[in-house]
Design a protein around this ligand. Structure first.
Ligand code: S3P
Length: 432
């Protein structure tokens, strides 16, 4: 069982889970990949250990901080102080930088050789460093320009290239052959007047950018950031699995964007699904449906009564019907599932097909401390509910992961904070 995740800014890699989903059909039964909503590198690493993940992709703003927290760093990570791929090897967290391949692969696919070309890289973050490294290695004459010149200087000295401040690019950009932009989406520093049709422009932002519009209007050769996403994903996947991915499927997936419909909340009992659902629904202006509450209203009995009288198999069938109905609704809805729903055969896949699935996670110990065990028949029937919860969670963990698009920890967060975090991640990922 191999669990993988991605963490960092959702705007920058909202397509990664789709990409990896597309890559693994050949060994789908032991591989799951989801997004990990963490607010710091420390939280991401804590969840990495607690969940027993095998690997993680990292994007801005955690590329340097995760590299510092890892046990072993590849030579490229040491040179750039940034990683984007971390794998567990013999119990050690080893980190790599496959962004470099993202850049070199994009230039290769576009048929552009950087050898001997004057290259201007805008931005000295993890992506900027990788671009400079790749272009320099391919024989380009690279200048890294950044607002904070010290960061550009550090990178330039490490790689062996030039550096400048952003205030100097008016003189550098018109003379360059290749311009690579790795600055944030809202930062727009390239004047259209500097561009000429001979320029090759590469933008790491793949959601559309001002630079892209300017480059296309001027008639420059434009390389889209989607290729970067794909070409960094292929070696990351190889590191994760030791297997060659299906690159064509990944490519197709990178070009399509799943549109948000319903949002389903899954996770263990006591994780906070029912409390978070109405808060999230309110933030999104959507209705909320609680599968267990709907079922109780429909049957005129509580869940413990229903399971006690009719048995778990009957309950599961009713749960499936209510959930299928909610998923079939044309009105986008926040659906709060019972703790076992995503683990029912086929239902996890169904949830993933029809909704953005958010796994709300807290450790079994914390979950049990939050609930009244009497109201949870699956735990109440055991002498040691905590042990039963831990065992059940271990059995379900992979199925939750398989169904999930994203995991949010509710460990040290109020329901309001959890709903805001989900709201934030979803709006960034799907609405830019
Ligand atoms: C269950 C979780 C419960 C409820 C039923 C079964 C489970 O919902 O559906 O007791 O299998 O984990 P909550 O997760 O809302 O507690």
């Amino acid at each position: 069982m191999n669990l993988f995740a991605i963490t960092g800014n959702p705007v920058l890699h909202s397509k990664s889970p789709i990409l990896f989903d597309a890559a693994y059909p050949s060994h789908a039964d032991d591989f799951a990949y989801f997004r990990l909503a963490a607010q710091s590198a420390e939280e991401a690493m804590l969840l990495f250990d607690e969940l027993g993940l095998s690997g993680i992709n990292i994007t801005s703003p955690f590329k340097s901080s995760v590299a510092q927290l890892a046990d072993l760093r590849s030579p490229e990570v040491q040179a750039l102080n940034a990683c984007n791929t971390l794998t567990l090897e013999n119990g050690k967290k080893c980190c790599y930088n496959t962004d470099i391949f993202g850049v070199s692969g994009s230039f290769e696919s576009a048929g552009v050789s950087p050898a001997g070309k004057r290259c201007l890289v805008l931005g000295a973050g993890g992506a900027g460093g990788a671009a400079a490294y790749a272009l320099h290695s391919a024989g380009g004459v690279v200048t890294i320009a950044n607002r904070t010149v010290d960061k550009a200087r550090w990178l330039a000295e490490s790689i062996g290239c030039r550096y400048a401040g952003l205030d100097e690019i008016a003189a550098i950009a018109p003379q360059a052959d290749i311009i690579v932009n790795t600055l944030y989406q809202h930062v727009d520093v390239v004047d259209e007047a500097w561009l000429k049709p001979q320029h090759v422009v590469f933008d790491a932002i793949y959601h559309g950018s001002k630079l892209r519009e300017k480059a296309l209007r001027t008639g420059c050769k434009f390389i889209d950031g989607t290729g970067w996403l794909l070409h960094q994903g292929v070696p990351a996947y190889r590191r994760f699995t030791g297997v060659e991915p299906d690159v064509d499927s990944m490519k197709k997936a990178a070009l399509t964007q799943k549109l948000p419909g319903h949002i389903s909340l899954i996770g263990f009992m006591g994780a906070g699904k029912s409390t978070v659902a109405p808060l999230l629904a309110h933030l999104l202006g959507m209705p909320a449906v609680d599968v267990d509450a709907t079922l109780e209203a429909r049957c005129g009995a509580s869940i413990p009564q229903l399971i006690g009288k009719m048995g778990e198999a009957y309950f599961r069938e009713q749960e499936r019907i209510v959930l299928e109905e909610a998923l079939a609704s044309a009105t986008p809805t926040v659906i709060s599932c019972g703790g076992g729903a995503a683990t029912q055969p086929q239902l996890g896949r169904r949830l993933k097909e029809r909704s953005i699935v958010v796994w709300i996670y807290a450790s079994p110990k914390r979950c049990v401390s939050r609930i009244s065990v009497d109201t949870r028949p699956l735990l109440a029937q055991h002498g040691n509910p905590l042990q039963a919860a831990a065992k059940l969670f271990e059995k379900r963990k992979f199925l939750y992961a398989k169904a999930a698009w994203m995991l949010v920890s509710s460990a040290d967060r109020s329901a309001e904070q959890v709903s805001l975090l989900i709201y934030d991640e979803i709006s960034k990922a799907f609405h830019g």
